[in-house]
Design a protein around this ligand. Structure first.
Ligand code: TYM
Length: 330
């Protein structure tokens, strides 16, 4: 039986966070045994905000190494960098010609991001269409993402329908694969906001490659409430609920049993233990990451192998798309 196809990725801004790890990468590693998986370092998406070229280049390599360090095996999966596959930008253009701007106007991420800047770029507006191209090129069945990407996935599905209505069946209809727990890890400084790698306050997130001391400090200084009894209440005790969610996902223990084990204890006890859990989770990841970063030629070789595999698949779809819409293939 042929395996179902998975595609996902992360945009190369800032550093991968605990939110990215829990909401996405940790699940990617679990899926790699059962599915044909393609995981992408989304560098073209990063260009929707201003980037320092040297820093961007370094970060692309770093993200690629972090994917592998988190447990993604380059032999089992296709691990590639988006800009190494020109078909992404090419298919995006075709898809923009089918996407009504009313649909793009509804994208909440676009609204939020454009409110924070007075230079609203067309690339930011088209960002979800590039995501659709990423997914459709590989005929992905499932797209493992966190909650914040749900709307973009819905748009990808709409775009498939627009294309099929005009040109006939061409793409696999993708489905979002969102974890039940941990799909939205919150900021450590403002538990009403999502933990984001582009947050200006670096205490609000934990990076996968943060040194242990810094992880401990960030968790211990995370914002909770002024009560003392440990209980899980995402509305009234959002900060603590967020910590308990992280605790539960990383240990595999259910929230009730965690809460029960802290009866008669203070929030501080939860924080101390959680800091240790996060440090221990990332310890092997960080060791592997630093090892990988010592040999950049090896990383580039793996990137090239990933790009070759991805290009072969993507070009098949693109050739078919060009034929369907009436372009001349040579
Ligand atoms: P990005 O880089 O913002 O996030 C990568 C993945 O991490 C998830 N995530 C979270 N999950 C739980 N809690 C959080 N606080 C949290 N923050 C982020 C995201 O939902 C995502 O799954 N546009 C995408 C990257 C992308 C992509 C794609 C994804 C480009 N093309 C095609 C899927 C398919 C992005 O910026 O994700």
């Amino acid at each position: 039986m042929t395996k179902k196809i998975i595609l996902s990725g992360s945009t190369v801004t800032g550093n991968l966070t605990l939110g990215n790890y829990i909401g996405a990468i940790n699940n990617w590693t679990k899926l790699q045994e059962e599915y044909e998986c393609l995981y992408m370092v989304a560098d073209l998406h990063a260009l929707t905000v201003r980037q320092e070229p040297k820093e961007l280049q370094a970060r692309i390599l770093s993200f690629y190494a972090q994917y592998i360090a988190c447990g993604l095996d380059p032999k089992k999966n296709t691990l590639f960098v988006q800009s190494h596959v020109p078909a992404h930008a090419e298919l995006q253009w075709i898809l923009t010609t089918l996407t009504p701007i009313g649909y793009l106007n509804r994208m909440t991420q676009f609204k939020e991001k454009s409110e924070k800047t007075n230079e609203i770029l067309a690339g930011l507006y088209m960002y979800p269409v590039l995501m659709a191209a990423d997914i459709l090129l590989y005929q992905a069945n499932l797209v493992p993402v966190g909650e914040d990407q749900r709307q973009h996935l819905e748009l990808s599905r709409d775009i498939v329908t627009f294309f099929h209505n005009r040109y006939g069946d061409t793409f696999t209809m993708p489905t979002a694969y969102i974890p039940k727990m941990g799909a939205k890890i919150m900021s450590l400084q403002d538990p009403t906001k999502k933990m984001s790698k582009s947050d200006e306050n670096d205490k609000s997130f934990i990076s996968i490659i943060d040194p242990p001391k810094s992880i401990e400090k960030k968790i211990k200084s995370s914002v909770t409430d002024s009560e003392t009894v440990v209980s899980y209440d995402p509305e009234k005790k959002a900060g603590l609920a967020n910590l308990l969610t992280i605790y539960s996902v990383l240990t595999g223990k259910n929230i009730d049993s965690i809460v029960a084990s802290y009866q008669g204890k203070m929030y501080g006890h939860v924080k101390v233990d959680l800091a240790e859990i996060v440090v221990e989770t990332f310890k092997p990841v960080q060791e592997k990451y630093h090892d990988l970063m010592k040999n950049q030629d090896h990383l580039l070789k793996l990137m090239k192998e990933g790009a070759d595999k991805a290009n072969a698949k993507a070009n098949q779809t693109l050739t078919n798309v060009y034929k369907k819409i009436g372009l001349v293939n040579l």
